[in-house]
Design a protein around this ligand. Structure first.
Ligand code: FES
Length: 220
């Protein structure tokens, strides 16, 4: 679900500066001379991460998002009209163009996840946090967002929270995950049912000798 964009909203800061200009230069140097505009996407990502770092220290906290001033700064750096950066930023769903909670919970509800119970995961998130999909909790900790397939269907149902995937969810494990995140306690990334990555839940069935030899952990 793409969120609305309001370039003139009251929450938009009047200016933005990158903190790490060495990183900006390094990103631009990845591309051939005269092709600086190719750096638009990684620079937008850098801006979003910088805002998220600031937000993690703020009270109330907030997550990474890209203000209009940051898009304008990227346009200035790569020497393109601002509209060219807006076009990129508004097309890709990984860029947040309005403030989000410290934890952005992206709930996959595409067919494989839906068949494996994503509807109950959505209900659990909404009831545990007391908000609807598309909203942010009053304490700034969580934003709920419904998204299309995140490419982890074999571990359905799953959600992405900030940079990490949490998979093989049940309503109980989803609720516990939200409780742990809110409390600041460490959480387990990946499958929440104990299985190893996307290996069979029934255990290793092929290439067992090779797996043993390489020290690959067996599925549980
Ligand atoms: S359908 Fe949910 S990850 Fe693919």
């Amino acid at each position: 679900m793409k969120k609305p964009v309001d370039l003139n909203a009251s929450y938009q800061p009047s200016s933005f500066e990158f903190r790490d200009m060495d990183k900006v230069a390094e990103i631009i140097s990845r591309y051939p001379q005269g092709k600086q505009r190719s750096a638009i996407m990684p620079l937008l990502d850098l801006a979003q991460r910088q805002v998220g770092e600031d937000g993690a220290q703020a009270k109330p906290p907030y997550g990474g998002w890209i203000p209009r001033a940051a898009m304008d700064k990227v346009a200035e750096i790569v020497d393109v009209p601002p509209i060219k950066v807006y076009e990129v930023a508004t097309f890709y769903s990984m860029y947040n163009l309005e403030p989000v909670g410290k934890y952005l919970v992206q709930m996959c509800t595409t067919t494989p996840c839906m068949l494996c119970g994503s509807g109950d995961i959505v209900k659990t998130c909404e009831s545990q946090l007391g908000i609807h999909t598309g909203e942010t909790t009053g304490d700034g900790m969580f934003t709920l967002m419904e998204v299309e397939c995140l490419g982890a269907c074999v571990n359905a149902p799953m959600v992405q929270i900030n940079d990490d995937y949490y998979e093989d969810l049940t309503p109980e494990s989803m609720k516990q995950l939200l409780i742990e995140l809110k409390s600041g306690r460490p959480v387990t990334v990946g499958p929440q049912n104990g299985r190893v990555t996307s290996m069979s839940e029934a255990g290793t069935t092929t290439l067992v000798a090779q797996a043993d030899k390489l020290g690959v952990k067996k599925a549980v």
